[in-house]
Ligand binder design. Sequence first.
Ligand code: BTN
Length: 178
Amino acid sequence: MRKSQARNLVQAALLAAVTAVLSQIQLSIGPVPFNLAVLGAYLAGMLMTPGWAVISLTVYMAMGLVGVPVFAGMMAGPAALFGKTGGYVIGYIAIAGVTAAARRLDKPVVTALGMAVGLLLCYGFGTAWFMVVTGTTLVQSLAWCVTPFILPDICKAACAYVLGRLLQQRMAQAGLLQ
Ligand SMILES: O=C(O)CCCC[C@@H]1SC[C@@H]2NC(=O)N[C@@H]21
């Protein structure tokens, strides 16, 4: 295995682990919890190529699927992934991939747009999944799955942008950035 590939693997694993930890910083505010997993997905997008960002969040999802308690509230297993909030976990992969693809163009506005598109995809998967699993109407699902999170999730995106830029600079100095 080439050195750069090994480095990418380690970074992807680290960001999956960071997302797992951030996912546990949560508040139960209704059927969908508030947590910081989205921040982990954004950081993966800020720090890795699109392919590796997608791999990182897929590893996060796979860890949860096989029983590692990485989902919100230390949940794990197929029942958790296919439960009412499982759609967001697919959405994290979209956030990481779209953010990373937008960041490649190296324009703050494009990165912000990519972050917004990723979040919309995450909300789309999360809400559709929630509706299918619970049989809730669209209006009620949006009230539970999207409305309470818009402002906090924008703040998470802004934090990830600032933190990501700082880490990018440090990683570039250390020769770790692609
Ligand atoms: O069961 C899980 O691990 C998924 C939890 C999903 C929480 C979603 S992610 C987008 C939105 N922002 C939050 O803080 N909570 C919801």
